[in-house]
Design a protein around this ligand. Structure first.
Ligand SMILES: [Zn+2]
Ligand SMILES: [Zn+2]
Length: 271
């Protein structure tokens, strides 16, 4: 496993959450590597969306995994003297027995693992997993189709899935821990300011700390939506409890590798 504290102590120019042609990223891995080197990055981790048991056009397939490993080995042989490249995955948690702790993921030779929740069960059919991570218009349509317009159910279920993922283990970094906050607050303005919502985030934070996991500050939406995951209002808590954090851009385009990262680092330091 890589030493996150060493990387974050040594440099601000790292990104450990990157999507490429192996999932829903918009450029080949090599373009991310050359762009990262041009930007002065010294550490770059690739995190394709993991193979999943549900239909998902955004996730890589198990058949693609060997090719992914071959490509990173090739890139290491070409660029390894200029940048540290890491093999990882953003592994979806779906349910107990279907997530990062699964034997399949544990046996893969990954340098580290991100655990994330992008799917939650439909309100009237626990076996039907629904994507809650997409753009707001798609989210809104799914609220009607799969969740009986019950936004409280969606928020509470997102956080209970996150809690179960943390309990289950099998990963190192908690991906975008309160990601539901954006879509939920678009659907019902102010829901993420409610005390019960806050408590869900704080309980999750405490559980993450108890399990000695690294928390990601995800900066992908900062420029467009003015929002970090976790939300800026929780940065003080991260500092107060000395939580181990990494600041990731969750880049899907090479030019966005550093998007929002410097802003997050600055805000983290002044608090
Ligand atoms: Zn994600
Ligand atoms: Zn991602």
């Amino acid at each position: 496993m890589i030493d996150f504290q060493k990387i974050t102590r040594e440099t601000d120019l790292y990104n450990l959450h990157t999507h490429t042609q192996y999932c829903d990223g918009h450029a080949p891995m090599e373009e991310f590597v050359t762009e990262a080197i041009a930007m002065g990055f010294t550490h770059l981790g690739f995190t394709p969306h993991s193979p999943v048991s549900v239909e998902s056009p955004c996730n890589m397939t198990r058949e693609q995994v060997p090719e992914y490993f071959d490509e990173i080995n090739r890139l290491r042989s070409v660029y390894g003297d200029r940048i540290n490249l890491y093999t990882s995955m953003e592994i979806d948690y779906l349910s107990v027995g279907d997530g990062p702790a699964d034997e399949y993921f544990c046996q893969l030779p990954l340098d580290y693992r991100i655990g994330s929740v992008h799917f939650i069960p439909a309100i009237d059919n626990p076996s039907e997993m629904v994507d809650i991570d997409g753009k707001f218009p798609a989210f809104k349509a799914r609220m009607t189709k799969h969740f009986d317009c019950d936004i409280v159910y969606v928020v509470k279920t997102f956080f209970s899935q996150m809690m179960a993922m943390v309990e289950g283990g099998g990963f190192d970094i908690v991906g975008h821990m309160d990601k539901i906050g954006f879509n939920a607050s678009q659907y019902l303005n102010g829901i993420d300011e409610e005390p019960w919502y806050d408590k869900l985030v704080i309980d999750l934070f405490e559980n993450i700390m108890d399990h000695h996991l690294v928390i990601e500050i995800n900066t992908k939406a900062w420029l467009q939506r003015n929002r970090f995951y976790p939300n800026l209002k929780y940065f003080g808590m991260l500092k107060r409890f000395n939580a181990p954090v990494v600041v990731n851009s969750d880049a899907h385009y090479p030019t966005l590798l550093n998007s929002g990262r410097m802003e997050a680092l600055k805000l983290l330091n002044v608090l």
